[in-house]
Design a protein. Structure first.
Length: 116
């Protein structure tokens, strides 16, 4: 999420926690039950992308740097990309640990993009 926030200079993406009010309002309970604990992306047409497909689509929305990363990611078959996504998800807290125990400071602009 931090990488996507940094890359998305136009502010096209909004972020909501999986258990939050916004997520529960936008995703029916019947659909939530079958979703992985993963990055999800709701497209304007209502489709819900998960795991590597969500990452690739989100990167494409962020602009030039994200488009470049998405192009590199596009050459990796989805089955392999999802396996890598799952491995990173298992160890993400160790790989991307916060610098301290305190919450990071978020600018007012970025804070507005974090939904409940």
């Amino acid at each position: 999420m931090r990488l996507l926030l940094r890359l998305d200079r136009r502010g096209r993406l909004r972020f909501a926690p999986l258990g939050g009010t916004t997520f529960r309002a936008l995703v029916p309970a019947s659909e939530r039950a079958s979703l992985p604990d993963s990055l999800l992306l709701r497209l304007p047409d209502g489709r819900l992308l998960v795991r590597s497909a969500a990452v690739r689509a989100a990167l494409r929305l962020t602009g030039a740097s994200g488009l470049l990363l998405a192009a590199f990611a596009a050459v990796v078959p989805t089955r392999i990309a999802d396996a890598v996504y799952d491995q990173v998800a298992r160890v993400r807290r160790r790989l991307f640990a916060p610098q301290s125990e305190s919450c990071p400071r978020v600018s007012a602009e970025r804070r507005a993009r974090l939904l409940d």
